[in-house]
Ligand binder design. Structure first.
Ligand code: ADP
Ligand code: MG
Length: 225
């Protein structure tokens, strides 16, 4: 699903990742572990195409294609989902419009067809009920005024609606209470076809989502066991 070869990443000329080699198998639940500041978020943001990081050398292969030079939007459309650690607030863009635009873009990219309003609303309602999300959230601005746990639930809504090939979740359990954690676990376990790459510090969470591979980073490098 994902292969990273000899990847070196800088930010403002400061080296953050060194010689990263990583394979995430199709259907895996793969965990990235490591201390704070070891480079976990840098790695997953780079995979998703965050342009603030500079790829100095190396390659990122996704689903058999070299995506090293693709931008974040193309990577998202190709099927890479990022549930980032820090999410932006977007005043003026409602959750409803945001989800509709994301899902319409994915539908168009994958099928060449326009998303019908009926299909969108049907899928939205089913996902909203699954996550027990109040209807009024849909008319609020994206992430503005939402608590940490509520933002995670909006992330889950987007995850279900866009149904990615590879879902990257950066500390999905941080700031989530017991009920939200359970929703995160249930949502992941209901998506057996999606490959997951997680960052999580919490062992109880990791065991419930059936992690089958772990890669540990230290100071921007993979720790060889
Ligand atoms: P982790 O997610 O493992 O806690 P990060 O990938 O966020 O770690 O950060 C790795 C290192 O890179 C840290 O030392 C952090 O301060 C540094 N870093 C991350 N982003 C930036 C940035 N935008 N500018 C400067 N340094 C950064
Ligand atoms: Mg991080």
């Amino acid at each position: 699903m994902l292969e990273i070869k000899n990847l070196y990443v800088d930010i403002d000329e400061k080296p953050l990742l060194k010689n990263i080699n990583l394979v995430v198998k199709d259907g895996a639940r793969h965990r990235i572990a490591g201390h704070n500041g070891s480079g976990k978020s840098t790695l997953v943001n780079t995979i998703a195409g965050d342009s603030s990081y500079t790829i100095k050398s190396g390659k990122i292969i996704f689903d058999g294609k070299d995506i090293t030079k693709e931008n974040a939007t193309t990577r998202a459309l190709m099927g890479i989902f990022l549930g980032a650690q820090n999410v932006p607030e977007i005043p003026g863009l409602t959750v409803l419009s945001f989800l509709k635009h994301s899902m319409a873009a994915h539908t168009h990219f994958n099928t060449g067809k326009d998303l019908s309003m009926g299909e969108f609303l049907e899928k939205l309602e089913s996902a909203r009920e699954q996550l027990n999300i109040p209807k009024e959230w849909l008319n609020r601005s994206v992430n503005v005024g939402f608590s940490g746990g509520e933002r995670k639930r909006i992330m889950l809504l987007r995850l279900i609606l866009t149904n990615p090939k590879l879902a990257i979740l950066d500390e999905p359990d941080s700031g989530a209470d017991i009920d939200t954690k359970k929703q995160i676990i249930d949502t992941i376990n209901k998506m057996p076809k999606t490959t997951f790459l997680f960052i999580s510090h919490q062992d109880d969470f990791s065991s419930k989502i059936k992690i089958n591979e772990t890669t540990t980073l230290d100071n921007g490098e993979i720790v060889i066991k």
